[in-house]
Design a protein around this ligand. Sequence first.
Ligand SMILES: NC(=O)c1ccc[n+]([C@@H]2O[C@H](COP(=O)([O-])OP(=O)(O)OC[C@H]3O[C@@H](n4cnc5c(N)ncnc54)[C@H](O)[C@@H]3O)[C@@H](O)[C@H]2O)c1
Length: 264
Amino acid sequence: MNLNLKGKSVLVTGGGSNIGRAIVLAFAEEGANITIGDIDTAQAARVADLALAKGAAGAQVIKTDVTDFEQVKAMFAAAVDKFGTVDVLVNNVGWDKLMFFTETTPEFWQKIIQINYVGALNCTRAALDIMIPQNSGAIVAISSDASRQGESREAVYGGVKAAVNSFMKTIAKENGRYGIRCNIVCPGVTVPESGDEVGGASMWSDPAGMFTPEQFDKIAKALPLKKIGRPSDIANAVVFLASGAAGHITGQVLSVSGGYSMIG
Ligand SMILES: NC(=O)c1ccc[n+]([C@@H]2O[C@H](COP(=O)([O-])OP(=O)(O)OC[C@H]3O[C@@H](n4cnc5c(N)ncnc54)[C@H](O)[C@@H]3O)[C@@H](O)[C@H]2O)c1
């Protein structure tokens, strides 16, 4: 199967840590040029070096807070400057802290909305300005199975990720005429293999703060595939959806979660 990603310009937000890191490395193995937009440039630079070692045609890090539209536009300009265009956008940045809704505050809701939703709006808007004139492009958003199922302690995050799904479907409908495809990947619990794979700003810098070892065990046992997801599981699906092999797929929501959700 020819994924046709060699030499393509791929922009991954939040590419320094965990899932974003694995996505960068998977595109690197396909010989893509990669721009990582992240607030944690030290961690992202380590990933960029690894990407070059794994076969990326090029790699750069642009310090970007995706909630700031001016910074996002500058990140896309840097990608065009170095690699000629942007063929693929992966809207990967996301953030949550597990809490019951009754424990949360309006400030917390705004933070979730800004990072998970406004960040995706900013990046998608900047990407379309490049992709529409060239009549091609692929966008993949990293959502969450919390958007499809509802999940305790993820009320605001799950709702916002459902908004991401709906937004991306509309973008798929509006821009299919320009050869632009948009799809959504919903991870379940996806845990780094080691501490090296996450940055200081990561939700997983303290895995025990997310789930106790007993909870991890229970989660794995409850899944049909009986194992917790790893970042590469998500990256494989993202690379496929961004590639020429998925040329007739758009507006789809794909769960990569060991069977946690089964929606038909
Ligand atoms: N890991 C999971 O279990 C899981 C489950 C479902 C969905 N997801 C989703 O997958 C995506 C990646 O999750 P992860 O576990 O790899 O997260 P992570 O916290 O490990 O990494 C997030 C990355 O984004 C960067 N970042 C954070 N805020 C930023 C901002 N405002 N601007 C630019 N960069 C910023 C961080 O520095 C970090 O490199 C997110 O959208 C998340 O919601 C993760």
